[in-house]
Design a protein around this ligand. Structure first.
Ligand code: ATP
Length: 511
């Protein structure tokens, strides 16, 4: 996939009512976006797929909906006031600001691409006999590239963890990394920028500074005891939450990939100390399955172990997706130890412990977190689904091959003409199908044009009502992906559509 494809995704998202720049009539607001009439449906369906897979399919996971505003001390305890920052570097010629670690990671990506090319070449040469694992383990070029990647990883980690940011700048200079805009290597020093937004809250005793939450996780931690006690939860158990988070991303770019206001879907899984590795492995595997279960090519996903561990984690991996601009994080799985609950114990003076009957002792649970950005997932689906398909007659059609259960509309109801009682019959069908599905009604323009508009927003089924329908209670069903058309009875519609679009079918893939 190319940068060209990415541009198409952005313009398609706007043209078809998925994503608009925020406050566009005021020339927009950088890195803030609004979801339009189709985008909001797709987003809601992704959220529902996540929620059901977590809460409905796991009897030991429950949900909450905590506030965006929290007591300011929460962020002191969590480490965000002191430590939630990104290492930034400016190019003196273009005046552009970059995340230093991202510049270095992009540089490393070149070695990964080189490796991939070696593999592709060898695959061609050896054909069916090709043993990829063995080739990767023994090829000297790949070994050299991997050694280079590891060496850079180690130096980046050292610079970031020691806080000696001059080492990170030296690494950028040594690698000869140039500014993608100016092409120059004239860099400032690397500095840390805090990512939290703050505002004022009035109280009887004056004003206090409070923060817009930069992650939803802390809302879960501060409610750990409430949920555990009122829900009589036994370990291991999880608390899930979806909601807005805010980060003052200095380098906001790549559309909805990196926004200042975005939505997270997080789940904190509380386990007994010593059990965290087992559950980390479980969630790592389970979450990847959630992604590939959507029918995306598994080769487009990979795990990426963290080099720079967050201050709270003892194990962390990203699930990355091959976006049009390369592999980037969609989701993080973090083993957060007992860090957060212990910090909240210390800052509140309250016990946040669990009494384990079997071990006959109280302890602070360990936590394994899964954290996915809803907007990034939206981008995964849009960039994976958008396709210019060449048809047999030489024409092309724009198609959004979204997973059927997540499409904004499940079916479109299209009377062939605006007269002869066809709209009335169509409305009747619409009224009954609307109880189960989100239906789109349209009677304007030729049927061919209407089909194309539905293809472009990903509607899996078009139902056409024609003159024969009036006499024999049958309609034509057209399938989005194959364009196949079938004559079916009106009474069969509900079962035909629900077989394809049901969330149930999608969830079954996870069982
Ligand atoms: P990155 O390294 O890309 O900044 P992160 O490691 O800071 O991401 P986490 O703090 O682990 O991200 O947040 C969990 C998830 O939230 C990420 O996997 C991503 O999908 C999403 N996310 C984080 N920051 C943003 C953002 N600015 N815009 C959109 N989604 C985001």
């Amino acid at each position: 996939m190319s940068e060209e494809h990415f541009k198409n995704v952005i313009s398609h998202a706007k043209e078809y009512g998925f994503v608009f720049p925020s406050s566009e009539i005021y020339d927009g607001l950088a890195a803030v976006y609004d979801y339009g009439q189709n985008g909001v449906e797709l987003k809601k369906n992704i959220r529902e797929y996540w929620w059901k897979s977590m809460v409905q399919l796991h009897e030991n996971i429950v949900g909450i909906d905590a506030s965006i505003f929290m007591a300011p001390k929460v962020w002191k305890a969590s480490g965000h006031i002191d430590g939630f920052s990104d290492p930034m570097i400016d190019n003196k010629d273009s005046k552009k600001r970059y995340r230093a670690d991202v510049l270095i990671e992009d540089y490393q990506e070149k070695y990964r691409i080189k490796n991939q090319k070696e593999i592709t070449k060898a695959k061609k040469r050896f054909g069916d006999d090709f043993d990829e694992a063995q080739f990767v383990a023994t090829n000297p070029n790949i070994a050299r590239n991997n050694a280079k990647i590891d060496e850079i990883d180690a130096r980046l980690k050292d610079g970031l963890e020691s806080g000696e940011l001059h080492k990170v700048k030296e690494l950028i200079e040594e690698l000869g990394i140039a500014c993608p805009v100016s092409g120059s290597k004239n860099w400032t020093d690397v500095r840390q920028f805090n990512l939290m937004y703050s505002t004022q809250m009035s109280a009887t005793d004056g004003e206090s500074q409070i923060y817009l939450r930069p992650e939803t996780a802390q809302g879960i931690f501060v409610n750990y005891l409430n949920v555990q006690k009122t829900g009589r939860m036994r370990l291991p158990f999880g608390i899930a939450q979806t909601g807005k988070a805010f980060r003052n991303e200095i380098v906001a770019r790549q559309f909805i990939m990196r926004m200042k206001e975005f939505e997270q879907m997080e789940m904190q899984f509380f386990v007994a100390p010593g059990e965290e590795q087992k559950w980390y492995d479980y969630w790592k595997e389970h979450r990847l399955k959630w992604h590939t279960n959507l029918g995306t090519n598994p080769a487009k996903y990979r795990y990426h172990d963290h080099v720079k561990m967050a201050h709270y984690a003892n194990n962390a991996v990203d699930i990355e997706y091959d976006f049009p601009f390369g592999f980037k994080e969609v989701e993080g799985i973090h083993s957060r130890t007992d860090f957060d609950l212990k910090q909240h114990e210390e800052f509140t003076g309250k016990k946040l412990q669990y009494f384990d009957n079997e071990r006959n002792e109280s302890y602070v649970p360990y936590v394994v977190e899964t954290s996915i950005g809803l907007d990034r997932m939206f981008l995964v689906l849009m960039s994976n689904a958008l396709e210019e398909e060449k048809l047999e007659d030489g024409q092309t059609r724009t198609l959004l091959r979204l997973p059927a259960a997540l499409a904004p509309y499940q079916c479109a109801i299209l009377p062939l003409t605006k007269k002869d009682g066809l709209p009335e019959m169509a409305r009747k069908i619409m009224k009954s199908l609307s109880l189960d599905f989100n239906c789109y009604y349209e009677e304007k323009d030729s049927i061919g044009k209407r089909y194309r508009r539905q293809d472009a927003i990903g509607t899996p089924f078009c139902i056409t009502i024609d003159h024969d329908s009036l006499t024999n209670e049958s309609v034509t069903v057209r399938y989005r992906d194959t364009m196949e058309q079938k004559r079916v009875k009106v009474s069969e519609l509900e079962s035909i559509i629900s077989q394809e679009v049901s969330m149930k079918k999608l969830l079954q893939g996870l069982m």
